[in-house]
Design a protein around this ligand. Structure first.
Ligand SMILES: Nc1nc2c(ncn2[C@@H]2O[C@H](COP(=O)(O)OP(=O)(O)OP(=O)(O)O)[C@@H](O)[C@H]2O)c(=O)[nH]1
Ligand SMILES: [Mg+2]
Length: 656
């Protein structure tokens, strides 16, 4: 039996969970259809999801149709939980992007589609909620074509739009407008196809058009669009046919070497760790020993595979399938098992832009809080749990306020720990603006360490992160010395990365290249420790020479407001350092788009109600980082600044 791993993605509330439920029902995997509003769906199974009516964690369910097992992955749409979507992307064979026919293309829809296209994930579009008042078909199609991609193909037409009886009829060979539009779209992507068509228009029979549409959809060149309603079930059968006909089933050699990716980690009722894996190649069996993240190893004690709705016990999980594995105690989200094709470090979306300190209400629970947060970080490493050495506080990175509330509630209900958060602040970055060079020579004052380290730091392209290069020649030296040199250089590289977590103003330094220009030691006295302690001094001195600019996250916003309020809104936007584009008046409504520093978004949200008589709707999504205008903010350091040599050396000596 073939497998298709399918992600359901959308802006919050577009109807992903309802559609997942409807697909399961239509395929006969469940007998009764659950509802998000009653808290009875298969995939919103956490108590918090049911209470809040939103999806917080990605969840897997499955159905079988026409000899294909479809593993559906329902993802959260709220931007605070985008990390959940990120982890799922690497395991998908295809996706359904859901768009509400009432709201149209929304902020998160663009972010998701941009990523799906960049990763070349075959994607169908489902325009949902055609039964709701205010639903639009033509306008939604125009919206998709203008804002997402023009490479779309409407697969049918809608009747009784906006009424409970709304339905969807698929086009066929007899619909001339459809076959002409389809031929045009397909010909624009494939020269061979275009040539056949130009030579003889009638030479392209309908089945050839369908085959070519499937081929181009599987290559993520074309995106068929379906319409329907997750609530009434309209259009859902056509969507299922589209899923099985137009999306590619998983491939992989079941007898090959094991290669798998961990995309979700959860704890079972007894606290045991469960890893969700997508297997790309090979077969994982109970009692197999698996290697992951370097030299970590674990023995699989149980395997579950998704089958008709839920997960069932099996002896093995094979290439193409998704399974749950028990027994891998040290496994983390994002781990590659065996020779996986995806690296553990993959980031398709922006990192969290906020941070906050977490404080237990009862100070004696500090230790327990650390353990609990470490467990949450295992499931979501992007929260980036860290302890501040100077102030002894625990810090988390966050996407937004809803995620913060969810963490607070999870700590209270699952771990019995009540916490408060300090003020949430924006996370900035520092980028070097020039080149800086520094060196400390072994045996030369004031270098107290048995090591020579020379470093150069220079700016690199935006978004490139930190690169470390070597300019030192190792030359022809005996192997045992070579090993030591290698170890010392590794120590320098690791320390460079560690030190750059706090730049001149306390922010992570990024988008730079650090070159090791010199390294020296004395044998056998020098140790890796000498390099680890000296490197921060050299690097910070080079960085000071280079200078840095503090960059803050900037969001792209979309504001829907009554047209007569625009005169009062524009000055407020200016005060908040937002840069709006020309307002677009649509009758009594006005659409304003532009950019705004992430730090000011909440202020805008707070004022919007009063400014627009409660009618304004604000949507935003992260766009890019840019230098802070005005005085750059600093972040208190969490440990000693190596620029202050005297204190740094005193501290280092005291630690010995
Ligand atoms: N009328 C109508 N309502 C719908 C339809 N699909 C979903 N809804 C309603 O829209 C709301 C959101 O639906 P969900 O299925 O939770 O949306 P979601 O995309 O999973 O939301 P998140 O997971 O929180 O991002 C619920 O109140 C649903 O009942 C539809 O086709 N028609
Ligand atoms: Mg949902």
């Amino acid at each position: 039996m073939q497998t298709l791993n399918l992600g359901i993605l959308a802006h919050v509330d577009a109807g992903k969970t309802s559609l997942t439920e409807r697909l399961l029902f239509a395929a006969g995997a469940i007998d009764e259809i659950g509802s998000v509003d009653d808290g009875s769906t298969q995939t919103d199974s956490m108590a918090l999801e049911r209470q809040r009516g939103i999806t917080i964690k990605s969840a897997v369910v499955s159905f079988a149709i026409d000899g294909v097992t479809v593993n559906l992955i329902d993802t959260p749409g709220h931007p605070d939980f985008i990390a959940e979507v990120e982890r799922v992307l690497s395991v998908l064979d295809g996706a359904v992007l859901v768009i509400s026919a009432v709201e149209g293309v929304q902020a998160q829809t663009r972010v998701l589609m941009r990523t799906l296209r960049r990763l070349r994930i075959p994607t169908l579009i489902f325009v949902n909620k055609i039964d709701r008042g205010g639903a639009q078909d033509e306008r939604t199609l125009r919206d998709i074509s203008e804002k997402l991609t023009p490479a779309i193909m409407p697969m049918g037409s809608v009747r009784d739009l906006g009424a409970r009886a709304a339905g969807f009829t698929t086009y066929g060979a007899a619909d001339d407008a459809f076959t002409t539009a389809l031929t045009d779209l397909l010909a624009s992507h494939d020269d061979a196809f275009l040539a056949t068509y130009v030579n003889d228009e009638t030479a392209v029979p309908y089945h050839r058009l369908r085959d070519e549409l499937a081929a181009q959809t599987k290559r993520a060149l074309a995106h068929p669009v379906f319409f329907g309603s997750a609530i009434t079930g309209a259009g859902v059968d056509a969507l299922i046919t589209g899923i099985t006909d137009l999306l590619p089933a998983a491939e992989g050699d079941v007898d090959g070497p094991v290669s798998a990716n961990v995309f979700k980690v959860e704890r079972g009722p007894a606290g045991e760790k469960i890893a969700y894996v997508r297997v790309f190649s090979g077969t994982v069996r109970t009692r197999d020993r698996l290697r992951f993240r370097g030299d970590n190893e674990g023995k699989v004690t149980a395997v579950h595979v998704f089958d008709r709705g839920s997960a069932v016990t099996r002896a093995s999980v094979t290439a193409g399938e998704i399974g749950k594995l028990w027994g891998l105690a040290d496994v983390q989200v994002g781990d590659a098992i065996g020779a996986s094709r995806t690296a553990a470090e993959y980031h398709h979306f922006a990192p969290p832009t906020l941070e906050t300190a977490v404080v237990p209400r009862h100070p004696e629970e500090k230790g327990a809080l650390h353990v609990a947060l470490a467990q949450l970080a295992e499931q979501d490493p992007l929260i980036n749990l860290r302890q501040d050495d100077l102030r002894q506080e625990l810090f988390l990175s966050l996407y937004g306020e809803v995620q913060k509330e969810v963490i607070q509630e999870t700590l209270a209900t699952d771990f019995g720990i009540d916490v408060d958060f300090r003020e949430t602040t924006t996370i900035c970055f520092e980028r070097p603006i020039g080149t800086g060079v520094a060196v400390e020579i072994l045996g030369k004052e004031p270098n107290p360490f048995l090591a020579t380290v020379g470093l150069r730091i220079e700016p690199a392209a935006a978004g490139s992160g930190v690169g470390v290069k070597l300019e030192v020649k190792v030359g022809s030296i005996p192997l045992f010395i070579y090993k030591a040199v290698e170890e010392f250089q590794k120590a320098i590289e690791n320390t460079v990365r560690e030190t750059l977590r706090q730049g001149l103003r306390g922010w992570q330094v990024t988008d730079c290249t650090v070159t090791i220009t010199q390294s020296g030691y004395t044998s056998p006295e020098s140790t890796a420790r000498d390099f680890r302690l000296l490197t921060p001094m050299v690097l910070m001195s080079a960085l000071q020479q280079a200078g840095t600019v503090v960059c803050e996250p900037v969001h792209r916003f979309h504001l829907d407001v009554p047209a007569d309020t625009i005169g009062t809104i524009l000055p407020v936007l200016a005060r908040l350092s937002a840069v709006p584009r020309v307002p677009e008046i649509r009758g009594p409504a006005c659409v304003l788009e532009g950019e705004i520093p992430a730090a000011r978004v909440h202020e805008l949200q707070r004022q919007l109600h009063a400014l627009t008589r409660g009618e304004g709707v604000l949507e935003f999504a992260f766009d890019h980082y840019e230098p802070v205008r005005g005085a750059p903010p600093s972040r208190p350091r969490s440990d000693l600044n190596p620029i202050n040599r005297k204190e740094y050396l005193l501290h280092v000596m005291r630690r010995v």
